[in-house]
Design a protein around this ligand. Structure first.
Ligand SMILES: [Zn+2]
Length: 356
């Protein structure tokens, strides 16, 4: 989806939330030049045509092409320093433009890798052949994260064209493995720690509430994934012979999962909520003012009703409250044997206490 100018101005306006030196200056210049310069969409289309799928090994060459494409483009804009940082997986693009140590420094994060395309028959237009319909651009990765990244890059380009240079320092880091959990990102951050120092961090890789409601994300829940394996008898047992004589691992697993949440959506694991920071009245008020329509969400999701922890609104449950979710479950072999069962779970917790 193309991000409209009004959204962008709203977004940068909210940067003031993170005010340190020069925020106003940054906002005015960034937004102003966006308004007076018409961005060239052709470069974005070329970027979208690169099938930089990180989760599929036969796209390794495409992933590298995307990194190269970005590094060349940033060089073309005028970045004096660009580097394709090799990792043990996909490369990270790093570019830096220090105009003056007196000026504030903006750190921009984005990712150039995209999700696999899935079932091709479900696409209206081919995933790597960008098409504009009703003012939106459609292609794999257009709204996550190539489009957003392109807005930042295009704005920097516009500023350089108008002023001959940037009015602030910029450091850009573009990940090539975000869609597979960024396994090499932490080691990159550790080795480039000194060089990444900045006054602002700007990331446009989160969601908007709706097309005409600009949103700035100021925090995210953390996530921990793990597997539970319930192992039973040492070999497959025919249920006709042993059913009723030994505990069935699938039943045991279901019982375990069932005990984790009550029927009001509250997690029943001992001490689970101990360290969860309570929602303040102010936060509740602000979230209520967004007027999120539960019925509309249910309709979009194709469910008869929403469900979650009793006593909390949908956005509170989505954004602030912790949860445990089962992501997959398997066991048995659909025949008459019983042996082992397995479940994939993820635990999502509120990490706001670590923010201060
Ligand atoms: Zn993303």
């Amino acid at each position: 989806m193309l991000v409209h100018r009004e959204h962008l101005l709203g977004l940068f306006g909210s940067l003031l939330t993170f005010y340190r030196k020069g925020a106003l200056f940054f906002y005015v210049f960034y937004g102003y030049y966006w308004l007076i310069n018409t961005p060239d969409i052709e470069d974005l289309k070329d970027f979208l045509r690169i099938p930089s799928v990180s989760g599929v090994s036969n796209h390794i060459g495409d992933v590298r092409n995307a990194a190269q494409f970005l590094a060349s483009h940033l060089k073309k804009i005028g970045f004096p320093y660009t580097e394709i940082v090799q990792t043990s997986g996909n490369p990270i693009v790093f570019a830096e433009w220090i105009v003056s140590i007196e000026k504030p420094t903006v750190f921009i994060y984005g990712h150039y890798d995209v999700q696999p395309v899935g079932d091709l028959s479900l696409w209206v237009s081919p995933p790597f052949e960008p098409e504009i319909r009703n003012g939106n651009i459609y292609a794999r990765g257009a709204s996550d994260n190539k489009g957003q990244l392109w807005i930042h890059i295009t704005l920097l380009d516009a500023l350089v064209k108008a002023k001959g240079s940037l009015p602030f320092n910029v450091k850009i880091v573009i990940d090539g493995e975000e869609e597979i959990g960024s396994p090499n990102f932490l080691s990159f951050l550790k080795s480039y720690k000194e060089r990444l120092d900045a006054d602002f961090v700007l990331i446009s890789d989160t969601a908007m509430l709706s097309e005409d409601q600009p949103s700035v994300c100021v925090g995210l829940r953390g996530l921990l994934g793990f597997d539970i394996i319930v192992d039973g008898p040492s070999k497959d047992l025919p249920s006709g012979l042993y059913g009723g004589a030994v505990q069935n691992p699938i039943h045991a697993l279901i019982e375990l999962l069932q005990s984790m949440k009550d029927k009001h959506g509250r997690i029943t694991i001992n001490d689970f909520y101990n360290e969860v920071v309570p929602i303040t009245n102010q936060e509740r008020k602000e979230m209520r003012s967004l007027h999120v329509d539960d019925e509309k969400i249910a309709e979009q999701l194709g469910v008869p009703a929403l469900f979650g922890e009793f006593g909390f609104s949908t956005v509170e449950r989505q954004w602030i409250r912790p949860t445990i979710e089962v992501n997959g479950i398997s066991g048995g072999n659909n025949q008459t044997t019983l042996r082992m069962s397995h479940v994939g779970l993820c635990l999502i917790r509120d990490l706001s206490k670590y923010l201060n």
